[in-house]
Design a protein around this ligand. Sequence first.
Ligand code: KIV
Length: 286
Amino acid sequence: MARTKRKPTIPNFLEMKRQGKRFTMVTAYDYAFATQVDKTDIEMILVGDSAAMVMLGYENTLPIDMDTLILLGKAVVKGAPNTFIVGDMPFLSYEVSAEKAVENAGRMMKEAGVDCVKLEGGVEVADTVAAIVKAGIPVMGHIGLTPQSSSQLGGFRVQGKDLTAAEKLLEDALALEEAGSFCIVLEAIPNPVAQVITEKLTVPSLGIGAGPHCDAQVLVMHDLLGLFDRFVPKFVKQYAQLGKDVVAAFSKFDEEVKAGTFPDDEHSYHVSEAVEREILEHLRKL
Ligand code: KIV
C-alpha cells in the first residue's frame, strides 16, 4: 500500500505535546533534499540561516539575508508539500523594530510560502514575537546557543550552565510562550535545564544539543548526513557519511573520463550503421 503523508498543522504539534508524542525536524535548503525529506515521516523542515555556513561557506550565520533565505525557502516548499516548513529570519531582519520584523516575517510567509517563521532570542524579543503573531504569522522561538549572537556569547558554546543562566533560560522560554510562540528551539543547553523548561512549557520544546527530554529534536542536514566536515559539534550524530560517497563518485567519474571509458555505448545515442556511415561521410566533406 502506498504511504500517505499529510502536512501536519500547528494544532497537531500542540496535540503531540499533550499526548507525549515526539516529532522531528531537519534542515534543508534546496529542492533535491526537500523531496527526500518529504518521503520520510519527518514532520518539519527548517530552512535555517545555517545555510550561510553549510551551503555558502561563511564562518557564521550572520551574512545571509532575507532574499537568499526566501529563494531557498521557495525551493524547499516546492520539494516538500507534505512537510511543515519553517522559514528562519536572518540576522537584523527582526531586531531593528517590530514593524520591520512584521514586514520581513510577512515576506517570508508570502514569498517563500513557508508555514511559520523562526527567530532567535528570549525576553528581549518577546514584544516582537507578539507583534508578528498578532499579524497572523506563527512564530517558532529559539533560545540557548543562538548562533546569530555567537560573538556576544563568546563563540558556539553551551549555555545555561549555572543557576543564574539556567533561570534566565526558563524566563526566556516562558516569555516566548506568553508572547505566542507555538514551539521553542532549545540549543546547546544541559539536559536538566531542557527537562524543566520542557515540563513547564505547554508548547513543544525542540532540542538540538539539549538532551532527550525535549518534545522534539532537530539536526542540521549536513551534520547528520556527514556532508560538513569543518567541525562536528558534540551533539551531532552522523547517520551517514555522504561526503565520502560524493568524493568517491566524483573521483570515479574523473578517472573514467580520463581513461576514455565514459561515456560507453550504454550512455550514448545511436543511429543505424547505414545512417551513421552517411552522416560521417556527409559531415566530413563539409
Ligand atoms: O539555522 C539553523 O539550522 C538552526 C538550527 C540550529 C536550529 O537554527
